[in-house]
Design a binder for this molecule. Structure first.
Ligand SMILES: [Fe+2]
Length: 205
């Protein structure tokens, strides 16, 4: 086919590690729930900004420095970040990306996280601590969508690379990485069991 596919938008999804993920997740889950119990300011922030759920985004957002368990997660994420950065063909001019923020998200039944991006960051991502089968996925939006003023809709069976929205399933033990400008959302959790994730940002500047 005389067609070149340009301006790709890579999204990375992989299992965090071959061993020890179950143990790490059990400890992360305990700490995420303890944080919710110990963080009244975060619960107030969540009531205003994350209705029905709890996020430590407004209060405890440097968890990689506050807890050795989250520090271990940061260490395990680093090779994944390296692979993703190479795939993105970034020239980092000898500077490393640093994890600047790391926070927890607990989503009970029907809690959603509306469409957003992560300003002032380079790479963002999520690690799934508890993701029961059938829980809400991470839904990405085609970054060119706002420019498509007279473009027809795409076929329902179009390849994933050509759909306007693409969902990456949430699976416990999986890490998902993406460029921070890529708009995404988490639709309402349809399950009664809680969906628990740790999100993070990396900055280059
Ligand atoms: Fe996000």
């Amino acid at each position: 086919m005389p067609i070149e596919r340009l301006f790709a938008t890579p999204v990375y999804a992989a299992t965090l590690a071959r061993r020890g993920v179950g143990e790490l997740n059990a400890q992360l889950l305990r700490e995420c729930r303890q944080l919710r119990a110990d963080d009244p300011a975060g619960r107030r922030w969540s009531a205003a900004n994350y209705p029905g759920g709890y996020t430590s985004y407004g209060t405890a957002n440097k968890m990689h420095r506050a807890s050795p368990t989250f520090g271990r997660l940061e260490t395990l994420l680093r090779p994944h970040l390296g692979t993703f950065l190479r795939a993105l063909q970034f020239d980092l001019a000898g500077r490393r990306l640093e994890m600047t923020d790391c926070w927890v998200n607990l989503m009970p039944h029907r809690v959603a996280h509306g469409s957003h991006l992560h300003p002032l960051s380079t790479i963002s991502g999520t690690y799934y601590v508890q993701a029961p089968a059938g829980c809400a996925a991470l839904k990405f939006e085609d970054p060119r969508l706002e420019r498509m003023m007279a473009a027809p809709p795409r076929r329902a069976r179009a390849p994933r690379a050509q759909r306007p929205w693409v969902s990456v399933p949430a699976r416990a033990g999986q890490v998902v990485l993406f460029e921070s400008w890529l708009r995404h959302e988490v639709p309402a959790n349809p399950l009664r069991s809680e969906r628990v994730s740790v999100s993070f940002n990396y900055a280059w500047f």
